[in-house]
Design a protein around this ligand. Structure first.
Ligand SMILES: CCCCCCC[C@@H](O)CC(=O)SCCNC(=O)CCNC(=O)[C@H](O)C(C)(C)COP(=O)(O)OP(=O)(O)OC[C@H]1O[C@@H](n2cnc3c(N)ncnc32)[C@H](O)[C@@H]1OP(=O)(O)O
Length: 719
């Protein structure tokens, strides 16, 4: 047989050891070699009276069997005195069994303050006082075994025992924390939940059961928990009649009562989820506070990544051919380009909406729904810091040229970009009058300075941009916006003052109003449409762009394009600043229809740009002048066939001034075309690069051909 477990050299304090369970613990530990302090106040079971007899009797019993024991008659409320008895007699304390207890049973309606306080003072305060006194000694010696005594009445509640149940459950809480705090000092604290025949239970339990609930069937369980080889710490052990089982707190799987992190919670939400809240079929033990909290972290993470909530804003958007035309004018469609008539003339046989127009109905509804106002947890969106960040649209069905569309908008996610800001993703589904979905859009709104709210940085809900190929662009298209571009584009509904009101723009940190992102998108996608889709809007499937830098109205947009199968990658920059203003962009086409003169157009566009850049370089090579007039450069230009001396070109303002004049003096000059390369000899029209220069320099006067060129033209027309 295995060697018996011994407690030699250990000093045990057992409170309430004059009878019942406490007496049995004391006898067993002493029998196994422990020196025991037998504490008992000798009072009645209701906490009345006191006597030394109970403790003395047990001490005698122990001694009679050859064990070591001393009596102690103090109340557990004087816990330090009891521990002092151990120290005085045995020099240490290794084991503390908090067993003393009384009953003051009353139904809650009849319970008095005294009934409450007395029970708490003995059970909860008493256990605290003895443990508090023993703790520093146990810490110092790096060893301790503490037992709390709880009760099924505490764990489950029991009629007529409100005071007792509360105190006994309080001991479970004390046990849990002492187990954590004592662990590193090898101090273990465990709780026994005994069901025993004792003077506390003799008239509570049925007589035949009472007979079977001998304390000696529980004492070995408690002694084991007190032994140095027992590793348990923080356990709650239910025991009686030679049976023992661990008790644990369990938590059900639970359910998120909100759908998304940005949702509020109503009482009705709680009611509707109550069945899931209370479902224990997938319950798991609640062991540590870390486990409990990490569960909450998971829930929060899930909330952040959760699909859009049921909070859907629905609204209608009506439009007529006039709206399609105003929109087309706002994004650079022009009668100068005969192909654009289909977007500008309602009687054109192919009159249709530009593909980028499919974004407008949803954007308008999204803007005016107030949906984003409180989308960022703990913050209100500051409209002066709001920028259009990205845009996606998938066209699912062609819209007619007038009608009413229904839009459903919802926040798909809110991202935390730290000190830079917050990003709100808004999903919009657009339906026509027949109930068919015509488009799905995702609008990304960037709110500067609204980050650091503890949110996630990225989202699988975000429709991502695509990197463009690394090679040189396959084609490019250059088109100037006009100074009133934003004023014109506003007529399509985006009345954000950022695009027209200098004061509002300056609150947003801009020198002057900036162009709508959607206007730039309209220009850029039209460039792709012209070069790769034969200007046919029905060929467009999807569009995605990111706005990377603001555009100023009047600046010239250059769209570089790369074809990869049915996907046209594009990137837009402004000539004046060289900034990339749209990046990661693409348009997916049902089929590609390159413009007949694609290579010519592309080459011409590039030539224009090269020429402009060359001019810039030459002007920059004159640093003295550049310095003098602060970013405005000098250029030699001919006027009316004569060298006109020095002229000043303000690249930022796209204006031309006389050499010595200050910027701001407008010049009405005549551009002299004196080079055969500058015109199309068959038509007499300016070559694109010359037209570009003329437009760039805001030369408003006539074009004059040299005699030589006029002769050439005449000769040509005779052919
Ligand atoms: C319901 C209401 C709807 C309202 C719709 C819109 C209404 C319109 O009237 C408003 C407009 O049209 S505004 C004009 C068009 N937009 C712009 O001009 C914005 C241009 N972009 C910028 O200035 C910067 O990119 C800027 C400032 C946006 C970001 O630049 P930085 O602060 O330098 O940030 P950066 O270091 O580049 O990146 C930080 C993180 O943010 C992500 N990010 C950057 N640009 C983004 C953009 N444009 N959209 C979305 N996310 C963007 C980056 O990826 C980075 O995140 P991570 O570190 O996770 O990669």
């Amino acid at each position: 047989m295995a060697e018996k477990l011994r407690f030699n050299g250990r000093v045990a304090v057992v409170t309430g050891a004059g009878a019942g369970l406490g007496r049995t613990y004391a006898l067993l530990l002493a029998e196994r070699g422990a020196s025991v302090v037998v504490n008992d106040l000798g009072g009645g079971r209701h906490g009345d009276g006191s006597s030394t007899k109970a403790a003395d009797t047990v001490v005698e019993e122990i001694k009679a069997k050859g064990g070591k024991a001393v009596p102690d008659y103090n109340s557990v409320e004087d816990g330090e005195k009891i521990i002092q008895t151990a120290l005085d007699n045995f020099g240490r304390v290794d084991i503390l069994i908090n067993n003393a207890g009384i009953l003051r049973d009353r139904t809650f309606a009849r319970i008095s303050d005294q009934d409450w306080d007395l029970v708490h003072r003995v059970h909860l305060k008493g256990s605290f006082k003895t443990t508090q006194a023993a703790w520093p000694h146990m810490r110092k010696q790096q060893y301790g075994r503490i037992i709390m005594t709880s009760s099924q009445s505490g764990l489950c509640g029991n009629f007529g025992q409100a005071n007792y149940s509360a105190a006994k459950y309080g001991l479970v809480g004390l046990n849990n924390t002492l187990a954590l705090e004592g662990d590193k000092y090898n101090i273990h604290c465990n709780t026994i939940v005994p069901t025993a025949a004792s003077r506390l239970t003799e008239d509570i339990l049925p007589p035949d059961m009472f007979a079977e609930l001998r304390p000696c069937l529980i004492a070995p369980v408690v002694a084991w928990l007190c032994h140095e080889s027992c590793g348990d710490n923080g356990s709650i052990i239910d025991s009686g009649a030679g049976y023992a089982a661990q008790c644990q707190m369990y938590r059900g799987e639970g359910v998120s009562l909100r759908k998304r992190i940005t949702d509020d919670l109503s009482i009705e939400d709680v009611r509707d989820s109550w069945e899931k809240v209370t479902d224990m079929s997938k319950a798991t033990p609640l062991t540590t506070i870390q486990a409990a909290t990490s569960n909450l972290m998971t829930v929060l993470e899930e909330l952040r990544t959760a699909p859009a909530s049921g909070k859907v804003v629905k609204d209608k958007f009506s439009y007529t051919p006039r709206d399609l035309i105003i929109y087309a004018l706002g994004v650079g469609a022009s009668t100068k380009n005969p192909d654009d008539l289909r977007f500008l003339y309602e009687n054109h046989e192919d009159f249709a909406a530009l593909p980028s127009f499919y974004i407008i109905p949803g954007q308008m509804v999204g803007m005016f729904s107030g949906l984003i106002d409180n989308a960022i947890p703990g913050k209100t969106v500051d409209p002066t810091q709001l920028l259009h960040g990205e845009q996606f649209v998938e066209i699912l069905k062609p819209i007619s040229t007038s009608g009413t569309l229904t839009n459903q908008c919802q926040i798909a996610d809110v991202l935390d970009k730290g000190s830079k800001g917050a990003v709100i993703l808004m999903d919009i589904d657009t339906f026509d009058e027949e109930g068919d979905q015509v488009a799905h859009s995702q609008m990304t709104v960037f709110i500067r300075g609204a980050g650091e709210f503890g949110g996630r940085q990225s989202s699988n809900k975000q429709i991502m941009c695509a990197d463009r190929p690394k090679r040189k662009a396959d084609a490019s298209r250059i088109q100037a916006t006009i100074l009133d571009q934003a004023a014109l584009y506003r007529l399509s509904g985006d009345a954000n003052p950022l695009h027209i009101d200098p004061n509002f723009a300056s609150m947003g940190g801009f020198d002057r109003p900036i162009l709508h992102g959607m206007a730039t998108l309209g220009f850029a996608t039209k460039h792709v449409l012209e070069l790769y889709a034969g200007n046919d809007p029905s060929l467009v499937k999807t569009i995605k762009v990111r706005f990377t830098k603001p555009v100023l109205p009047g600046h010239t947009l250059k769209t570089d394009m790369w074809r990869e199968g049915h996907r046209i990658h594009f990137e837009t920059s402004t000539i004046e600043t060289g900034n990339i203003v749209i990046s990661g962009a693409y348009m997916d086409l049902k089929e590609v229809q390159p413009a007949v003169n694609l290579h010519k157009v592309a080459a011409e566009s590039l030539k224009c740009e090269e020429m402009f850049n060359d001019m810039r370089k030459r002007m920059e090579a004159d640093p003295a002048t550049a310095k003098k007039i602060n970013g405005v450069f000098l250029y030699n230009i001919t006027k009316n066939g004569q060298a006109a001396g020095k002229w000043v070109v303000d690249l930022k303002q796209c204006k031309l001034y006389k050499g010595d004049a200050e910027p701001g003096v407008k010049v009405d000059t005549t551009l002299t075309v004196d080079d055969q390369d500058m015109i199309d000899i068959t038509t007499g029209k300016l070559n694109p690069q010359v037209a570009f220069m003329k437009q760039k320099l805001k030369i408003t006067g006539n074009i004059m051909l040299t005699q030589k060129l006029q002769g050439l033209l005449k000769a040509q027309s005779k052919l």
